[in-house]
Design a protein around this ligand. Structure first.
Ligand code: AMP
Length: 302
């Protein structure tokens, strides 16, 4: 596996792969790779002749005062892990390669960026503008056939799908199942911030999601009552930013769960902000269950 830092080198490598008839899979990450990221690489390697992993801690998607400086950076370990899982190329550009002097463009998706993590009080629109701008750039830099994202960031996948559709990007967006720890906690680079005591309490997020799935199976379809139940399960966390049951396509809140739905949560444990979600189906239990070892290769959930 080669590592490159410039767009010119990236394009040279991908041109050679394309000329050899290989399909290209793109796995965008901010690094500090864990099994969640590696499951996306596995999926891309299985589905494409050539896989490029990007490691770029994108400054524009951090909110003011967020953890940009503290965000874990582990390029040597990331390189070894990506190579081990069969990636063909690692693209790790410096900030000035992505945002050179004079950079003045923003890609902004409306509608679904204004709710949940995008709500105005969370300055989330700014966050999603940072995400869509960098992902649009990566799509144009790589010209990939498929791009792999984690369902763990369900709103991010929905926003990227919207952008790719609206701007006629040719790339196929593939959403991959959330990889979890044994107690259900979704893997995240930010879990490294948790103290052992906070790590214990963080298990409440997935417990809340699963208790809602369980209550739905038993016939409770009223979203307000399901959210109440979730809030009681979430008592170990320090602050619940939101727990909502939403339409999986539009992310609009539901009042009754009569079909496929998504339970979504954002909470703080200590100083760490964690998010998670679970696909729900009335009376047939949760669509996806925690699985730490063998994420089922399946298509987009939303
Ligand atoms: P990040 O480095 O946090 O920006 O994540 C890069 C990609 O990995 C995104 O598409 C995430 O949704 C995905 N990802 C992060 N955590 C997980 C996880 N636990 N399971 C599956 N995908 C994940």
């Amino acid at each position: 596996m080669r590592t490159v830092a410039t767009v010119a080198e990236l394009r040279d490598q991908l041109d050679v792969a394309r000329a050899g008839g290989l399909s290209i899979g793109l796995v965008p990450t901010m690094g500090a790779l864990h099994e969640g990221h590696l499951s996306l690489i596995d999926r891309s390697v299985a589905e494409n002749g050539f896989t490029v992993v990007t490691v770029f801690v994108n400054p524009t998607q951090f909110r003011p005062g967020e953890d940009l400086d503290a965000y874990p950076r582990k390029l040597a370990e990331d390189t070894a892990l990506a190579a081990e899982r069969g990636a063909d190329l690692l693209f790790a550009p410096p900030v000035e390669e992505v945002y050179p002097d004079g950079f003045a463009t923003s890609v902004s998706v409306g509608g679904i960026t204004e709710t949940l993590c995008g709500a105005p009080e969370r300055r989330g629109h700014q966050h999603f503008d940072g995400v869509t701008t960098v992902v649009a750039k990566l799509f144009n830099m790589a010209g990939a056939d498929r791009a792999y994202f984690g369902q763990k960031d369900a709103q991010q996948v929905a926003v990227i799908r919207r952008m790719a559709h609206d701007l006629n990007f040719r790339v196929q967006i593939v959403a991959c199942p959330t990889v979890r720890e044994a107690d259900g906690l979704a893997l995240s680079s930010r879990n490294a911030y948790l103290t052992p005591e906070e790590r214990q309490r963080a298990g409440a997020l997935s417990r809340a999601l699963h208790s809602v799935a369980g209550a739905l199976t038993e016939g409770e379809t009223d979203a307000a009552r399901l959210c109440e139940l979730a809030h009681s399960e979430l008592s170990p966390v320090d602050e619940v930013e939101y727990f909502e049951i939403v339409d999986p396509g539009t992310l609009e809140p539901l009042t009754t769960v009569g079909g496929p739905a998504l339970a979504v949560v954002a909470a703080r444990v200590g100083a760490t902000r964690l998010i998670d979600n679970l696909a729900l189906q009335p009376s047939t239990a949760a669509v996806s269950a925690p699985d730490t070892t063998n994420p089922t290769p399946q298509g987009a959930v939303i």
